[in-house]
Write a protein that binds this ligand. Structure first.
Ligand code: PMP
Length: 402
């Protein structure tokens, strides 16, 4: 009997995968002293693991082991409302749904707003897990260049006009962007809101890093600029501020969308992992989150400074790098005689040298940025950052010497 053809859905061809996520298992298989600039993981020492262990022992009772409410555990929702009241983006409970990480928030956004063929605007470069989610719902992506002030909104009108389509959604990471580290300016945020309203497009505002500003002044959020705006859909997560393994995040959306979000989530996973929600809730209830965030800001500032210093020390005249005011990432662009280097080729050599990063083309749906790299400074100590940069410099020499 000949092997039957497996009857894949048409959309299966649009499941593009993520080099960022794949690098977790790739690196797990490597020699263990590799310097990890690749994944956007918090530092091990930034995770309050002792406290989590203690809480887990105390909190896990029978209520943790059954199905929970799809919209989220009531205790966590209540504590989140209280917590958000002290931030730039306060939200009432009827706006919130707990999600399985920020990724599920992005999936729900696309499930609600993206039909096959719809035009979705993304930053270039972008967090390609987000653009991959839009692609998985059949979106046409329009990449819009970014500079030190974020998405170049001035170009948007012309670029959209050329597509002869009206955008349905705008996917943006406005603050300490993944992968570039840049923050969208106030003027551009205002202009983007105006354009979204002009087109009737949703702004999918993905902001996992906003609470991790270690220098400079906060820029008003979209919600501050346009309170109760039904076209704003905010995707948030505890992954970067507590621990990504919990897979606990939330969306903040217009109350009219809440039942649809619940229905959409029910078709995915019924509810977010209940014990994990209880652990996060208990952690917040103990009141240490603000202090924890303050310590993360100190830790990550030191690491960002170490990365900038290591670039100046080991790659002078070779690369320019963004200098973010918060978050996890620097974006490096190879220059001068290195401008033609393909960072996908460099990646293989760098891995053998003992340093990992994400090559630029993996952060652009169209495979742009052949000579750029995303570098996560959050996971490594200053000493390891220096070693990693030295290895990167050596890899570049190996590649270009042929
Ligand atoms: N959006 C952005 C911009 C991110 O950087 C990440 C995590 N790397 C996510 C969403 C996904 O977050 P989570 O791990 O909570 O699913």
């Amino acid at each position: 009997m000949t092997a039957p053809t497996i009857p894949l859905a048409g959309r299966a061809k649009d499941l593009v995968g993520s080099m960022i996520d794949s690098s977790t298992s790739l690196l797990a298989a490597q020699r263990h002293d590799i310097v990890r600039f690749a994944m956007g993981s918090p530092a091990d020492e930034a995770v309050p693991s002792d406290e989590f262990r203690q809480i887990a022992g105390e909190i896990l009772d029978s209520s943790s082991f059954t199905y929970g409410a799809t919209e989220g555990e009531p205790r966590l929702l209540g504590l989140l409302v209280d917590y958000l009241a002290g931030t730039a983006d306060p939200a009432s409970e009827d706006r919130l749904v707990i999600t399985t990480g920020g990724m599920q928030g992005l999936d729900l956004a696309c499930k609600l707003f993206v039909d096959p063929g719809d035009l979705v605007i993304v930053e270039s470069p972008t967090y390609t897990n987000g653009s991959a989610t839009a692609l998985s719902y059949g979106a046409q992506l329009l990449e819009v260049p970014t500079d030190e002030n974020g998405m170049d909104v001035d170009l948007l009108g012309d670029l959209v006009a050329r597509t002869r389509q009206t955008p349905k959604a705008i996917y943006t990471i406005p603050t300490f962007q993944n992968p570039s580290g840049v923050t969208m300016s106030l003027e551009r945020r205002k202009a983007l809101l105006e354009m979204a309203h002009h087109w009737g497009a949703v702004i999918i505002d993905d902001d996992p890093y906003g609470l991790l500003r270690f220098t400079g002044e906060d820029v008003p959020t979209f919600r501050t600029l346009s309170p109760d705006d039904p076209l704003l859909f905010s995707v948030r997560t505890f992954s970067k501020i507590l621990a990504p393994g919990w897979r606990v995040g939330w969306v903040d959306a217009d109350p009219s969308l809440r039942q649809l979000l619940i229905n959409g989530k029910q078709a995915m996973d019924t509810c977010t992992n209940v014990p994990n929600q209880h652990i996060v809730a208990e952690y917040i209830s103990r009141g240490g989150l603000d202090e924890h965030l303050a310590s993360l800001r100190v830790l990550y500032r030191e690491r960002k400074d170490a990365m900038i210093a290591a670039v100046a020390k080991h790659l002078p005249g070779v690369a320019s790098v963004t200098d973010p005011e918060g978050g996890f990432f620097c974006w490096m662009t190879l220059e001068n005689e290195y401008a033609d280097v393909d960072t996908r080729e460099l990646f293989e050599i760098a891995l053998a040298e003992g340093v990992a990063f994400i090559p630029g083309p993996a952060l652009s749906p169209g495979g742009r940025f052949h000579n750029a790299l995303r570098l996560c400074f959050a996971s490594s100590t200053p000493e390891r950052i220096d070693i990693g940069m030295q290895r990167l410099a050596r890899s570049l020499e190996t590649l270009t010497r042929g």
